[in-house]
Design a protein around this ligand. Sequence first.
Ligand SMILES: Nc1ncnc2c1ncn2[C@@H]1O[C@H](COP(=O)(O)OP(=O)(O)OP(=O)(O)O)[C@@H](O)[C@H]1O
Ligand SMILES: [Zn+2]
Length: 703
Amino acid sequence: MVVPGQRDDIAAVSTGASADTHWLSVALDVPLPGLFDYRADRPVAIGTRVIVRFGPRRMVGVVADTPLAPTYPPAQVRAIDAVLDDMPPLAADWMKLARFAADYYQRPLGEVILPALPGALRKPAAYEGARSAGGPIARIDARAAKRKTGDAAPVAAAPTLNPAQQHAVDTLAAATGFETFVLFGVTGSGKTEVYLRAAEAVLRSDRQVLLLVPEINLTPQLEGVLTRRLEQAVGAGAVAVLHSGLADGERLEAWLRAVRGQARLIVGTRLALFVPLPALGLIVVDEEHDPSYKQQDGLRYSARDLAIWRARDRNVPIVLGSATPSLETWHHAESGRYVKLSLPQRASEAEPPTVSLIDTRRLKLEQGLSPQLVAAIEDRLARGEQSLIFLNRRGYAPVLNCEACGWMSTCKRCSAFMVLHRGMRSGHMLRCHHCGAHERVPPACPDCGNQDLQPMGRGTQRLEEFLAARFPNARLARIDADSTRRKGSAEALFAQVHANEVDILVGTQMVAKGHDFHNLGFVGVLNADAMLFSHDFRAPERLFSQLMQVAGRAGRRGSGADVYIQTGYPEQPVYQALVRHDYAGFAAYALDERRSAGLPPFAFQALLTAESRELATAVTFLTEARDLPTARPDLPGAEQVMVYDPVPLRVVKVADLERAQLLVESDSRPALQAFLRAWAPCLADLPGSARVRWQLEVDPLEI
Ligand SMILES: Nc1ncnc2c1ncn2[C@@H]1O[C@H](COP(=O)(O)OP(=O)(O)OP(=O)(O)O)[C@@H](O)[C@H]1O
Ligand SMILES: [Zn+2]
């Protein structure tokens, strides 16, 4: 559907088209499907940014097509206000990537293209007024011309590759076109070194490498390593870092260097997937199993999946690295569709840690800690080694409780408990992790007046408090979303751990990923069972990979490291496989289960979610959506697609909105795609759609 950008302002438009009228279909970041008609008095290439009027607003859009005629009467089509020619048009291959993503994830093209650009490039205000100085790109260039390049970083010595690393590097070097490689390397096996060598070869041939990492917090460490090693090979300024923690100017500067081909190695989180790269030669996705590659709002894309599409489209190799690949990836590696490269041993001499299960059923726990776990910390302290206690629950306690009447701290706006947090100055607070609401702890029970309210269970703050009392001479640090809220604080905390200024580290999954700790001798895992019986069919996979990753932080430089997992269910296959360090065994077991249950990777899914003040309203809309294929049996793919009944979400109410979802499933991806292409555009026209907020997610990770 193409509509003119200014239907409400027809009077201001001159009539008719002259010989030098050029019609444009422009993508705009508005929640409407399709492109928008405009005209220009000179040719404007596809991929060019333009400033246009849309209703009362001025917006930056991107020319997506140059049709011979507009879809609306020419007299109603408004002229563009300006062409932004401070950079060349977005390249054809990039536009193709955006088109694919829009089509695959069922979003308007403008909602893909514009959010993918640095903020300053999509604001008309950045180009207006005397102080705009020719726009953000001109300003950056003026600043860069004045700045001198920094001094060369010290060159780090490259280790001698072990045979498995060498084989991986050689295989990658021999790849000429598109191929998907799975670098399956146990924790600490030196996957980074393989990426580096593979990258070096590509950089020497004057091409660019895109390296995706799951976490902002991993970028400083990696950036340091990469800069020291690679700037020697390709010169200063060759590495650009991109993530959401950068200031607008920093992000634009890095993005421009990438687009212009000056930055040759681009390291970034999922958003870096959308950087235009003129000379792309290799893509690496580190920790490819990590859920943070999936964007959770707006365009709900998987950066890993799009990276594979992009590699195929550009005909370049792609490496997916992990010690615990996603079952989707592993399935393809086992079936031969992807090429598996294994690093079965740790790169240093160190042996992997010994994993033991502490059966908590017959134990007396002290603040959730078994005597074995406490003794292990004591022992490592005496040896001058670090311990990490992993508890994936932040805050002080997950709920506050009145033992007299049974009152619990529930959120007024959500069907969830408010979490007790230890405040800095203001004493304890209750916070809702779903809607963000917060309030002071009531002085007495709101229901019965009892003044003795008790925290139930424990989070990282309470654990830290207990450990500080239990080990008064140890130096403690806590790393979770609360302790790292300020910019740079995560980096500082990790630096302390690396500098051996911390004896006991308490942390959530933030500490589990990728960090190369050198002196960590012990990892204790608390409360892992919480994930064991989750409703989500991916929970065991997540639990296994999370525990394998966190266990892998131990003993990376010295042997004799221990990992204790406290559990009430030691016989569970997930735990048994962890003790054996047996990813392949776990994956085979889990894939069998998925196969017999008809779940991904043996099925393909989409999820329609609706929210409203009343659950019934959301369910009504979803029921209409479910019944569409019955009313319209001509919908393509319908006979191969299963549309389930609407169900309420597990946490049904968040911020006063009640939520339900509808699962769509097929054993054929093309059939699902064909169906979605026909079904999704009808959803907005359903009678119930006006009364709900809804969104469609393709390949959801959580159900
Ligand atoms: N060939 C080698 N010889 C000696 N040390 C090496 C070699 N290759 C890598 N290393 C070192 O081994 C350590 C672990 O490497 P790296 O961090 O790349 O592991 P990884 O495979 O990414 O592990 P994880 O999955 O746990 O993140 C690093 O300190 C690295 O410098
Ligand atoms: Zn809430």
